[in-house]
Structures are given as structure tokens and as C-alpha cells.
Design a protein around this ligand. Structure first.
Ligand code: OGA
Ligand code: MN
Length: 215
């Protein structure tokens, strides 16, 4: 039995796995409690004020570059060794997701990386896939939102482009409301961040398998 339950009484990790398997994505509201949201958003604000955020790039290693036509959010990587109680608690929660996915989906996830992200009003991230062309270690993308009282008219949705049978595609529009987790297959699901009229804060990361080095 899992400790984290959804309001309907279904363990949220069960729901998450069912939705990921069936649809390539899952949305879990209240994944973060209001207390967790407020401690993490305070930390994000402190790090932003301290100048820790950088303009985000695209690609990895030799393919890495910054292209403001594709994305123009700012990010700050979370330190895996952090002793901040909010971060320790977050990683503990993510560990729970990893071990559940490994038990139920035989995913062999062995590492992860997460960053804070801050989209200024008007910032965006055009349609993309999170898995890199030269490295398929990113398996599951997780985005957790930290925005209290977000309204649909403020924009800022993530659009998930969900492939259907016979080449059809549906667009799932998801607003970045506080506590919500959006989770999807990094190698399958293309998605896009639509500009917002107010600053948009999140924690984004990837559950990964250990990369296999080509010899
Ligand atoms: C990303 C991304 C989505 C979001 O950082 O790769 O797609 O909703 N983020 O912030
Ligand atoms: Mn992405």
C-alpha cells in the first residue's frame, strides 16, 4: 500500500502508472502539498534573487546551445547533495516514484536530474521532445508547478501532443497550477510551453536509466 493517496482513494502512484502506460502521460493534482509548494517557491525566489538562474539551453554535450527562438526560460539545477529540508523532502518523494515505477514497469531507472525553471511573462518553450538525439537515458519527464491561484486567462499552459492510433494527434492543455505534477514519456511525447502573462515557476526533471556509452 502506498502512503500517498489521491482524493478518490486510489493510490496516486497506481493512477500515475496506469495513465503513463495507457496514454504516455499522467497528471496528478496535489502531488505537492501547499506547505511543500510554499517552501519550494520560497527557495526558488531566493535562488533567483541570488542570481543562480541562467538562460536555459537546448541539446546536450556537443549539441548544447542557447536558442532564444526555441526557449527563453531561466533555470537553476537542484543540487543532489542539498541539505535544504524542502529539497531533501522533494527528492525523497521522487525516490518513491522511481522505486514504484521500477517495481511496476521494470524501467531500471537509476538516476535523475531536476531544475527550477522560471518563465518571465511572454517566455515560451516551442514544441519539442525531452529525450536527446544522442542519448536516450531520459525516460520519464516530471514537471511540478509552484504557481498559486493560476487562472486560465493568464495562459502558460503546457500543450501535450498526444499521438493516437492511425497518425491522429490530440492536444491536451494543462495549466501550471500549484501542486500539480505532469509526467510523461520523454522519448514519445512532444510538448510545448505557451507564453503567460505572469511569471511561471516550476520544477522540471527527468528520471533516467544509466547511459550506455557507445564504443
Ligand atoms: C521542459 C519543459 C514544461 C513545463 O523544461 O523541457 O517542457 O510545463 N517544461 O514547464
Ligand atoms: Mn520539455
Amino acid at each position: 500500500m502506498n502512503a500517498i493517496m489521491s482524493s478518490s482513494g486510489i493510490p496516486i502512484l497506481d493512477q500515475l502508472v496506469d495513465d503513463l502506460t495507457e496514454n504516455s502521460f499522467a497528471i496528478v493534482d496535489d502531488f505537492l502539498s501547499p506547505v511543500e509548494v510554499s517552501s519550494l517557491s520560497q527557495l526558488l525566489a531566493d535562488q533567483f534573487d541570488a542570481g543562480d538562474f541562467k538562460l536555459a539551453g537546448i541539446g546536450n554535450m556537443q549539441n548544447f546551445n542557447v536558442d532564444k527562438q526555441i526557449r527563453n526560460d531561466h533555470i537553476s539545477w537542484l543540487d543532489p547533495e542539498s541539505t535544504d529540508p524542502g529539497i531533501v523532502n522533494l527528492f525523497h518523494k521522487i525516490d518513491g516514484v522511481v522505486s514504484y515505477l521500477n517495481r511496476t514497469c521494470f524501467l531500471a531507472l537509476s538516476e535523475y536530474e531536476f531544475h527550477f525553471a522560471r518563465y518571465q511573462p511572454g517566455s515560451f518553450f516551442k514544441r519539442h521532445l525531452d529525450a536527446f538525439k544522442t542519448d536516450d537515458s531520459r525516460k520519464i519527464s516530471m514537471v511540478m508547478y509552484l504557481n498559486e491561484n493560476w487562472k486560465a486567462e493568464e495562459g502558460g499552459a503546457i500543450h501535450l501532443y498526444v499521438p493516437g492510433p492511425d497518425g491522429t494527434e490530440t492536444t491536451k492543455v494543462v495549466y501550471p497550477i500549484a501542486g500539480r505534477l505532469v509526467c510523461f514519456r520523454s522519448d514519445i511525447l512532444e510538448h510545448e510551453v505557451i507564453p503567460a502573462t505572469r511569471a511561471r515557476m516550476s520544477i522540471t526533471g527527468w528520471l533516467k536509466t544509466r547511459p550506455v556509452m557507445p564504443f
